[in-house]
Design a protein around this ligand. Structure first.
Ligand code: F0G
Length: 461
């Protein structure tokens, strides 16, 4: 008889409500894929078995959050839940002022409109789709100043979300500090593979930008997960609590955009958080035009309450350990069978490296898009392309952006799937990996103007 050698940890919750899953046949999925133009965004959710499209708004709320939904104060103005959310944001993130928005991109829209003058530049640690588009629509140009390692799927750098301080200094010198609207810092960096930024780097960014009078705007969407990585990987923080680390991260920035649909464990919601009163005043004026009154910003009172309560749960270490532990579990199993993934394994997702998975497919024939389609066909598991389709076209030349990373994202909603689901997912990836050499690329048959990855359609070659 063999003995078990280690003590496992488990999810710090038990399941109270369940939603049935639906399994389909390969023939059925083949037809569903064709109808969806081989774009996983266009599949009906009822045709999906395990949904790893995104961790955005797909989380399971707690009984405490659902109880909060019943406490929604749906007054048009001055809702109790707004004041609760404001207090919680100040407590955990430490900014002075709160402007709720319907989700993250609502906040991105407001801050881009307020701070960017046409012709200005916005340096940042790798683009995010909606963030960059709002910067461009406001007349700005994004400059990628992330460290080179972020573009190398095999680099084991512990903080691949870091900004290259020299690149940032060069950008400031090249365009002039007065033409930089602000520096945008994402924590963690989604498009790099859910990679964290270090506290040390945040301090250096603060120092350099302060010398030039440049503001820093944090994309705090997954900042709590970033704080967890800082605790694990920066010795100075090993004994600090997640709220302490989060507070210090935010203290090096002037404002934050937030999609509450990730870290904060809700299905909808976001906010803009600010320290500067004048910018707050402008945001409070604009939110009324685009989102809703400044005490609800497009959200129902109950949604603000669920987000306020989600903050208390999101910073619990046993929650984050299980959440990131689940992602690591899948990543490590895939590594053990030789599947190429981005390393280190990120916070919210495992990213398959489609360039190495399907080396026979040229980037213009959409290897990651193809791989996401094949995975669905194989197993009903839905994932997302994060490569040339997501990168879109250059706003000036109209050419494709050719990102170095061509990835398929297996994104894990929080508190939704079990370890057995994770095993099914790894087995599905293995099955596609076994037949990888016979897979051919695709061509794009329909291309929308903005954020094309959401609605583009493809044909098989
Ligand atoms: N910033 C980051 C880093 C994000 O990942 C997202 C959304 C946003 C901003 C925009 O927030 O969706 O609430 O408007 N990411 C989702 C994803 C869509 O699947 O990664 P939103």
């Amino acid at each position: 008889m063999t003995k078990l050698t280690k003590r496992s940890w488990a999810e710090p919750f038990k399941i109270k409500v369940v939603e049935p899953l639906r399994m389909t046949t390969r023939e059925y999925r083949d037809e569903a894929l064709r109808e969806a133009g081989y774009n996983t965004f266009l599949l009906h959710s009822r045709d999906v078995y395990i949904d790893l499209l995104t961790d955005s708004g797909t989380n399971a709320m707690s009984d405490n959050q659902w109880a909060g939904m019943m406490m929604g104060d749906e007054a048009y103005a001055g809702s109790e839940n707004f004041y609760h959310l404001e207090m919680q944001m100040q407590r955990y993130y430490g900014y002075k002022y709160l402007v709720p928005t319907h989700q993250g991109r609502g906040a991105e829209h407001l801050i881009s409109r307020i701070l960017i003058k046409p012709g200005d530049f916005v340096p940042g640690n790798m683009y995010f789709t909606t963030t960059r588009l709002h910067q461009e629509l406001a007349g700005g140009t994004f400059i990628d100043v992330i460290i080179d390692e972020a573009h190398q799927p095999e680099s084991l750098h512990p903080f691949k979300g870091n900004i290259d301080i020299q690149k940032l200094a060069d950008a400031i010198k090249r365009v002039g500090a007065e033409h930089i609207s602000y520096v945008t810092v994402a924590a963690t960096v989604n498009m790099a593979g859910g990679q964290p930024i270090s506290m040390q780097n945040l301090r250096e960014i603060r120092k350099l930008t302060q010398q030039h009078g440049i503001k820093v705007v944090l994309d705090a969407t997954r900042a709590i997960e970033n704080a967890w990585f800082i605790k694990q990987r920066e010795p100075e923080f090993a004994q600090k609590s997640i709220p302490e680390i989060l507070h210090e991260m935010c203290s090096y920035t002037d404002a934050a955009t937030m999609s509450g649909k990730k870290d904060l464990l809700v299905n909808i919601g976001g906010f803009l958080a600010l320290n500067d009163f004048d910018i707050f005043e402008e945001a409070r004026n604009l939110v009324v035009v685009y989102e809703g009154l400044h005490t609800y910003g497009g959200l129902a009172g109950r949604d603000m309450e669920a987000m306020a309560r989600g903050m208390d749960e999101a910073v619990q270490e046993d929650h984050i350990r299980a959440r990131i532990g689940q992602v690591e579990y899948v990543g490590e199993r895939l590594l053990s069978i030789g599947v190429p993934i981005v390393q280190p394994i990120g916070g919210h997702a495992v990213f398959l490296d489609a360039k190495r998975f399907l080396p026979q497919i040229q980037q213009v024939e959409f290897p990651a898009q193809t791989l996401a389609a094949e995975l669905y066909l194989e197993s009903g598991v839905r994932t997302m392309e994060r490569g040339i389709v997501s990168a879109g076209r250059d706003a000036k030349t109209g050419e494709h952006h050719f990102p170095k990373l061509e990835l398929v994202r297996l994104t894990f909603p929080r508190r939704v799937y079990t370890q057995a689901h994770c095993d099914v997912v790894t087995e599905a990836v293995e099955a596609v990996y076994d037949r990888r050499e016979s897979i051919k690329g695709m061509r794009m048959s329909y291309e929308p103007k903005y954020l094309r990855f959401f609605q583009a359609r493809f044909d098989r070659m």
